[in-house]
Write a new protein. Structure first.
Length: 308
């Protein structure tokens, strides 16, 4: 909440209506999102604003089934919107609800499996308040995050007399979860080409993390300085020297641990024009500030004195 609130306020101020967001330039939307991670959410929000604007005449759908069809909206978000905004009794199931409900009702199904959500929804639909489903859902999430936490406060819990897990003293065994997220380690070697006033930056494609954000030409792999130099020589047709090599930057994403080193290379203005197009386009420092960039790139730019 703390991290998201300033972004929410900036978004609402910049795009006060759905059509303002629908008509916005994607680069600008991503720039406002910069630093928050999960950039697909910004792109989905933008796509959904366009859809709501064009297909629904700017009126947001008010039923769970319709909300679920929107891009980037899954069962959790659809249930939260339908219940909190439109009083539809659709149970929300997030990590906190999984924990509390599995312990209280004694649901032992593996929460790492997709289909288990339905098991929980079927139990919760019998209990959700028909009058105040939004309050019920928020209370469930809040209870899981404040009382029925990974180390639950059972002695002061109002449910401890009839809680399945508490009676059997198996709180630590629930919820049941099998799968561990596999974290992929990646090594990114960035070639930061510049001519003293312009830097070559490119927009990332859609098949990897940070889709549509801007960074530098990258050589991926665990390589030493010499190997990087040789690969750079294959890519650049003329002589060059590595002006500066950064320290190693680390960046943790949900499924990836990224280690990155930036190699700064200065070229003459006439040389930079001849560099292959996959290095990107030249951008001045002022232009770079306004480009949407991953936090990793922002951190590096700040280190070389470009506040962005
Ligand atoms: S008694 Fe303990 S395990 Fe059961 S719902 Fe309360 S906090 Fe959770």
């Amino acid at each position: 909440m703390e991290q998201g609130l300033p972004y929410f306020e900036k978004f609402v101020e910049t795009y006060p209506t759905v059509s303002d967001l629908a008509n916005a330039d994607e680069k600008e939307v991503l720039r406002l999102w910069q630093g928050l991670g999960y950039y697909s959410r910004a792109r989905n929000l933008h796509a959904t604003a366009k859809h709501v604007s064009e297909v629904f005449g700017g009126i947001f759908p008010n039923m769970y089934k319709e909300i679920l069809k929107l891009k980037g909206v899954g069962p959790y978000t659809a249930a939260a919107i339908a219940s909190i905004c439109f009083d539809e009794p659709t149970p929300v199931v997030d990590g906190n609800v999984f924990r509390f409900a599995s312990r209280y009702f004694g649901i032992k199904d593996d929460i790492a499996k997709q289909k288990t959500r339905i098991v929980f929804e079927e139990v919760l639909i019998k209990h959700i308040s028909k009058e105040q489903p939004g309050i019920f859902n928020q209370a469930m999430m809040e209870f899981g995050s404040t009382v029925c936490t990974p180390s639950p406060d059972c002695p002061s819990c109002i449910f401890n007399v009839d809680c399945f897990a508490s009676i059997r003293k198996i709180q630590n065994q629930l919820p049941s979860k099998s799968k561990k997220i596999k974290v992929r380690e990646r090594f990114l070697n960035y070639l930061v080409l510049h001519d003293g006033s312009n830097y070559l930056m490119r927009q990332r494609d859609s098949n990897d993390v940070w889709a549509h954000l801007f960074d530098f030409k990258v050589i991926e792999g665990k390589l030493d300085r010499e190997e990087i130099f040789n690969k750079a020589r294959e890519l650049l047709t003329h002589d060059f020297v590595i002006e500066d090599e950064s320290q190693e930057f680390q960046h943790i994403l949900s499924h990836q641990r990224i280690k990155a080193i930036f190699y700064k290379i200065k070229l003459a203005p006439d040389q930079i024009k001849k560099v292959k197009s996959d290095f990107g386009e030249p951008y001045s420092v002022e232009e770079i500030v306004n480009l949407p960039k991953p936090k990793l790139i922002v951190n590096y730019l700040e280190q070389i004195g470009i506040k962005s």
